[in-house]
Design a protein around this ligand. Structure first.
Ligand SMILES: C[S@@+](CC[C@H](N)C(=O)[O-])C[C@H]1O[C@@H](n2cnc3c(N)ncnc32)[C@H](O)[C@@H]1O
Length: 264
């Protein structure tokens, strides 16, 4: 699959064009060989093509930004389900990276007013770049904000008004073994979440509890091993009810959801 996608990339044509391809010019063959070499060195496919498919979008990606993963598409599916029937929901995506979640929601819910928050300056350039591209093709513009999702001063103007807080935060426990593509090419700030992987999530919960309106929805992606710990953390926080965990398509625990409980 990777070889086919790289050949299509070297040709500048879609993968389906390979079906009717008999031969390639020397310059294409040379480009293809160079790409294969880099892939063999474990450079991620998406960094070589410069694109990552995510739901209905193709996002620009490269060094400095987390490559969006297919598992996260289901978190977006759940989020859109929560927004169905709400004409102009207020949505905040914490830790936006390429903008995969924020921009997909803006694309698939025409009325959504989405804010994307990103702390890493390099990743933020990709968030902004993709947001400009999507607005350029007619999606409702997403507000992109440089900020820390654990900061008590973040977006205070939205306190108690947000319909949905969604996040794929850094959640890999420090020291966990990850593939070379991840260790060498995904930004550290996108991965590591402290000894149990949940350090950033603890701050995120405080922010979500403040931002969400009563009854507002929270969705957080997590690692396979956190299907017990993360729901427990959300329950223990005290501001949330209806806590549930959801598997990905492979059946592994993948994201936790909850509702903001009513304030006294
Ligand atoms: C796992 S990546 C997810 C990116 C994107 N949402 C996705 O699903 O592909 C986590 C992102 O959160 C950002 N991040 C990490 N800590 C943060 C913080 N405290 N505040 C805001 N963003 C943060 C990282 O820089 C990274 O872009």
């Amino acid at each position: 699959m990777d070889a086919e996608l790289l050949l299509a990339h070297a040709l500048g044509r879609p993968r389906t064009a390979l079906l009717t391809l008999d031969d390639v010019d020397d310059d294409v063959a040379a480009r293809f060989a160079a790409l294969l070499d880099q892939r063999a060195q474990r450079v991620p496919l998406q960094h070589l093509t410069g694109r990552a498919p995510f739901r209905h979008l193709e996002l620009a990606v490269g060094p400095g930004v987390f490559v969006p993963r297919p598992e996260t598409e289901q978190l977006v599916e759940w989020a859109l389900g929560r927004l169905a029937g709400v004409p102009e929901p207020v949505v905040v995506d914490l830790g936006s990276g390429s903008g995969a979640i924020a921009l997909s929601i803006a694309h698939e819910h025409a009325g959504a007013r989405v804010t994307a928050v990103e702390r890493d300056p390099q990743a933020l350039e990709w968030t902004r770049h993709n947001a400009v591209l999507r607005a350029g093709v007619g999606d409702r513009p997403v507000t992109v904000l440089a900020g820390d999702m654990t900061d008590a001063g973040l977006l205070t103007g939205l306190d108690g008004t947000v319909d949905l807080v969604v996040s794929n935060p850094p959640y890999v426990p420090d020291g966990a073994r990850v593939p070379r593509e991840v260790a060498d090419h995904d930004p550290p700030l996108a991965l590591w979440g402290g000894p149990d992987g949940l350090d950033v999530v603890r701050g995120l919960l405080r922010t979500a509890a403040r931002l969400l309106r009563d009854g507002g929805a929270l969705g957080i992606e997590h690692a396979d091993q956190q299907g017990g710990a993360l729901p427990a953390l959300v329950r223990a926080h005290g501001a949330f009810g209806d806590v549930a965990d959801h598997p990905d398509l492979a059946g592994r625990p993948r994201f936790t959801t909850a509702r903001r409980a009513a304030r006294d």
